[in-house]
Write a protein that binds this ligand. Structure first.
Ligand code: PGA
Length: 255
């Protein structure tokens, strides 16, 4: 049984004041959430303050990126140990914005994931094809290569510690969500790759969908057999909207 995981990815949004106001509004709204895991991936600058606000709650703190080295001459970078020090439980790696805008490769993503695991931080490893890839019928090649490359350094015995986020680039921030069927098809493909790589443990790895998830579409996505959660950008900036996404089961009755 895979435990649903709903994660907010704030990207480059929110000051300390805005972040603490968000948490104050979110927590009372998700108190009743049972059986789901809730994660807030926030900018580095608010990790410490948000972490303190989340103390005593069931909501997990996450970073949006990390550098694979523990320390050294890497101006502007943040290490896994620094994130562990602030109480991060998760960190996103390989988001398409980092792959595209900052030229991150699968190998770099793989080093990040492995470095996080050494610090007991669970990596949320993002994969996803571009519109060009999809139209050229390269989706499975691209996803297969990203899974293989980005997970290359994950030790077999730690397979259960990773989360995958399938985020088709054409659906991110565009309002153009993958249909539940298109998303399920990709999740099933990824599940198959994970089983190839990790054997039976691959069946336990959670795969989130990301790309224009909102309170209206989350229920149908979550009904799919291989969709185990969501990684939410735009709609996660509003505490009410994110709380409704967390309570996705009750969104079914309002469809
Ligand atoms: P979106 O972003 O929900 O705004 O499409 C998702 C993501 O990039 O993680």
């Amino acid at each position: 049984m895979r435990h649903p995981i709903l994660a907010a990815n704030w990207k480059m949004h929110k000051t300390v004041g805005e972040a603490t106001a968000f948490v104050a509004r979110l927590l009372p709204r998700v108190e009743e959430a049972r059986g789901v895991e809730i994660v807030l991936a926030v900018p580095f600058t608010v990790l410490e303050r948000v972490g303190r606000s989340l103390e005593g709650s069931a909501v997990h703190l996450a970073a949006q990126n990390v550098h694979p080295e523990e320390q050294g001459a890497f101006t502007g970078e943040i290490s896994p140990g620094m994130l562990a020090d602030l109480g991060c439980r998760y960190a996103i790696v390989g988001h398409s914005e980092r792959r595209v805008l900052f030229a991150e490769t699968d190998d770099f993503v793989a080093r990040k994931a492995a470095a996080l695991l050494e610090r007991d931080i669970l990596p949320i490893v993002c994969v996803g094809e571009s519109l060009e890839d999809r139209e050229a019928k390269r989706t499975w090649d691209v996803l297969g290569a990203q899974i293989q490359g980005s997970l290359a350094r994950v030790p077999d015995e730690l397979a259960g510690e990773i989360v995958i986020a399938y985020e088709p680039v054409w659906a991110i921030g565009t309002g153009r969500t993958a249909t539940p069927e298109i998303a399920q098809e990709a999740h099933a493909f990824i599940r198959d790759r994970l089983a190839n790589r990790f054997g039976a443990a691959g069946a336990q790895i959670r795969i989130q969908y990301g790309g224009s998830v909102n309170p209206e579409n989350v229920y149908a996505l979550m009904q799919q057999p291989d969709i185990d959660g969501a990684l939410v950008g735009g709609a996660s900036l509003d505490p009410e909207a994110f709380a409704r996404i967390v309570a996705f089961e009750s969104q079914g009755s309002v469809q």
